[in-house]
Design a protein around this ligand. Structure first.
Ligand code: GLA
Length: 773
């Protein structure tokens, strides 16, 4: 709901209030942003400006307390005494970098104004928007601030545009989508950082005097720093005021959090001003990407829930779509495959219940390694003698859908595409471009290149009736230069807009085609991509213990439905860590599930276990993709717990990273279950493979078997034990306050009730409302 009274703007969502007003000098001064309050609370909660400080700069001779540096500004200019990071930096040919944008007018509308260039979250029947026009008449520039309230989602989105109303070109070197000033509630900053195979690790630090910057400079969102940022007042998952920010953007992003004197902090978020230089001609308009903001007084999980629900309804192409279970051949075969080998894998995948088969890199041209072929998407006849259509026909005969890998933004030097169009790559006029993974980046700021990709990928999909595209992007941009661009200062942004046009033209007319976005794993996990992608590959690292960090990090900002996870081989190549098959599934099940290992190398009993896993996932798919997700602050440092809840059913994953000898008794608490309901609490049945015991099997069975002897090596292939089975009825109240788990195995005897977690063991618990209650 948006209300305006005497130039005071009230933006209310279900649980949040955001209030600002026009000051006597025309600046927009924020009065409150926090949990919902009554309008007459404003005088009490607003910042008080009763005194001027030595050193303050005053623009009003009569009022020494009117100091821009201590107002909570919605938009901050340069030159009148606000010394914090501004919303805008520009260079006017006459007045230099000075500006002073003040209120001109406003409009409240019942929907969401469209964006001309770029992406944005969708309109919604109950969305309401406020547009505030600011002007600087000394330089004839106009800024429009756009606010949209999604009341039921507790989301407010913000962006802005600038229009050059002067008669000469102006240069803008920084233009933030959002400036938000807040009084510091002892906030801890959460952001996600990492690199290839170690993406999205959550980092925490206190806001303190000075400036913290979270940014990308690679041309994409990057695995170095994701664009999502959260502030948490109590540093707790389920308590305290938390505020989350993320951009609907896939390029160089920027967020600074600056603590000034008086404990006021300023958050600026937008396109990274580094390597950004906008030349705006008379009458030209530039629009910044949209930022989504959510505040919750139920801790970080509260913000995550708001983001998840909003993304699932107002960002993605296909809301509520149940994602199919995928098999991908990459980790099983790499480039070394042919039709026969893939069909053998497809049959095994079908046996365990997989629904979609993805042919990964290596199916085209002379692509037998990563040094050639990229750009030439015609089928390799040695690998598929009868062509792709015939192969996919066989996959369809198995009643599976068909997916294929492409990397359309890239080209190898050893390719026909590069030989024909060397001018299509990103390259400065007088130097050689740097290579990454033996490849160059195509210049998506060039419309000819965009058209070429649109035609090629569309044809590939249509000719072969492909159901699923895995779209990869395996290197960062270097040598930024667009041969067809008038102003190079906008290169990175134009690349992103070009990519959006390409994806729009390919996927919007083909709503049935699913898109998995990938960038060497999770190098481009962002809300821009989620406007098109059904899901995003989170990491090439599928070791489940590593994935606990990666998936948990992503869950702060992105819904489980968007996080693509595959069960893969153990020991995993990126860590050489050995993990139980149960844990590989138990982690992957929190999101969009797939399998990615050589199914010819697994035993009969492992295959059976996988089939049961898939059956379980199918039964609870909606819950695991769209339920409300909770992280926990556990005191037990070697454990991680996740909960996902949909209506009366929850699944809780309990994961042990490294074991301690003689593990103490463990409390197990759920969150948010109905206290008066009686629930059936039981462990998902899972097999304990006997090779976990080796020579210690005598603890379990009364006879001694030789660890590498014939009996045991054969038995391992066919037999497994029950693992930590438990089943009882219990109230939501008891579960929320904490029940005690069964003991773990401690080498002092075995019975079926013991939990054998050891290093990297885990269990899924199902909690369902008792039917006959
Ligand atoms: C990237 C992806 C992998 C795989 C390879 C193929 O690394 O992240 O999943 O598709 O490319 O080259």
């Amino acid at each position: 709901m948006i209300k305006v009274v005497n130039q005071r703007f009230y933006l209310h969502t279900k649980n949040t209030s955001y209030v600002f007003e026009v000051t006597c000098h025309g600046h927009l001064n924020q009065l409150y942003f926090g949990p919902k309050i009554q309008e007459n609370d404003i005088e009490a909660v607003r910042l008080k400006h009763n005194v001027a400080l030595g050193g303050n700069i005053q623009i009003d001779n009569k009022d020494s307390t009117y100091v821009l540096d201590s107002l909570l500004l919605e938009f901050s200019s340069v030159g009148k005494g606000d010394y914090r990071e501004p919303s805008i930096e520009l260079i006017d040919p006459i007045t230099n970098f000075n500006s002073n944008f003040v209120f001109d007018s406003y409009e409240v509308i019942d929907n969401k104004p469209a964006i001309e260039k770029g992406l944005m979250s969708k309109d919604h029947p109950k969305a309401m928007s406020l547009i505030v026009k600011l002007v600087d008449l000394s330089i004839n520039q106009t800024v429009f601030l756009f606010y949209t309230c999604y009341e039921e989602f507790d989301i407010i989105t913000r962006r802005l545009s600038i229009k050059n109303d002067s008669k000469q070109e102006i240069t803008v070197t920084k233009l933030m989508s959002v400036t938000l000033d807040l009084l510091n509630r002892d906030y801890t900053i959460y952001n996600l950082s990492g690199t290839w195979a170690r993406e999205s690790h959550r980092q925490k630090r206190k806001v303190s005097s000075g400036t913290f910057i979270n940014q990308s400079t690679t041309g994409a969102t990057s695995h170095f720093f994701n664009s999502g940022v959260m502030l948490s007042s109590l540093d707790r998952e389920n308590e305290g005021i938390s505020i989350g920010f993320n951009m609907v953007y896939s390029g160089n992003h920027y967020c600074s959090i600056q603590q000034h004197y008086s404990n006021v902090i300023r958050i600026n978020m937008g396109i990274n001003p580094s390597n950004f230089h906008l030349k705006l001609a008379p009458n030209e308009i530039f629009e910044t990407p949209e930022v989504i903001i959510s505040l919750s007084n139920q801790g970080n999980n509260g913000v995550s829930k708001n983001f998840h629900d909003f993304i699932n309804q107002c960002i993605v192409r296909q809301p509520d779509l149940l994602k199919p279970i995928v098999y991908n051949n990459w980790e099983a075969t790499m480039f070394d495959f042919n039709e026969e080998k893939l069909l053998r894998l497809a049959k095994k995948a079908k046996e365990i219940g997989v629904e979609l088969f993805v042919v990964d890199d290596g199916w085209f041209s002379n692509r037998n390694n990563d040094q050639s072929g990229l750009g030439d998407y015609h089928v390799n006849k040695k690998k598929f003698p009868k062509g792709l259509q015939s192969f996919f026909g066989k996959i369809k005969d198995l009643d599976m859908k068909c997916g294929i890998w492409v990397e359309p933004e890239m080209v190898n030097i050893d390719s026909n595409l590069y030989r024909t169009h060397p001018e299509w790559v990103i390259k400065t006029p007088y130097t050689q471009s740097a290579l990454g993974r033996h490849q160059l980046v195509l210049d998506l700021s060039n419309r000819l290149v965009q058209d070429y990709i649109i035609d090629n990928v569309s044809k590939l999909i249509d000719d072969n009736q492909i159901d699923y595209i895995k779209w990869d992007m395996n290197r960062h941009i270097s040598d930024a230069f667009g041969s067809t661009l008038k102003h190079q200062g906008l290169f990175y942004h134009e690349y992103v807009l070009g990519l959006y046009r390409v994806l729009n033209e390919i996927f919007i007319p083909r709503p049935q085609v699913l898109l998995e976005m990938c960038s060497s794993g999770g190098n481009r996990f962002d809300l821009g991509m989620l406007c098109f992608a059904t899901q995003i590959w989170s990491s090439d690292n599928t070791d489940p213990i590593e994935r606990l960090k990666i998936q948990e990090g992503l869950s702060y900002f992105y819904p489980l439905s968007s996080i693509s996870n595959h069960v893969s081989i153990s020991p995993h190549p990126s860590t050489l860590r050995q993990t139980p098959l149960s844990t590989r599934f138990n982690v992957s099940a929190f999101g969009a599930l797939g399998y990615e290992l050589d199914l010819n190398n697994v035993t009969r009993v492992e295959l059976k276990e996988m089939k049961d896993q898939v059956d379980f996932y199918k039964k609870y798919r909606k819950l695991l993709q769209y339920g409300t997700f909770y992280r926990f602050d556990l005191t037990k440092q070697n454990c991680v717990q996740w909960q996902v809840t949909l209506k009366d059913t929850s699944i809780v994953g309990y994961f042990q990273k490294q074991t301690n000898a003689v593990e103490p008794f463990e409390f197990f608490k759920t969150f948010g279950l109905d206290e008066f309901t009686i629930y059936h609490f039981y462990s998902k049945p899972q097999r304990l493979m006997i090779d976990r015991f080796k020579e210690h099997l005598h603890h379990v069975i009364p006879i001694h078997l030789k660890p590498s002897g014939f009996v045991l090596t054969q038995a391992e292939k066919y037999i497994a034990m029950e693992d930590g089975t438990v089943s009882f009825f219990v109230s939501g109240n008891a579960l929320n306050s904490g029940i005690v788990l069964n003991n773990q195995f401690m080498a002092s005897g075995y019975n079926k009730d013991l939990r054998i977690l050891s290093d990297f063991g885990s269990q899924l618990y199902v909690i369902e409302r008792e039917e006959n209650e």
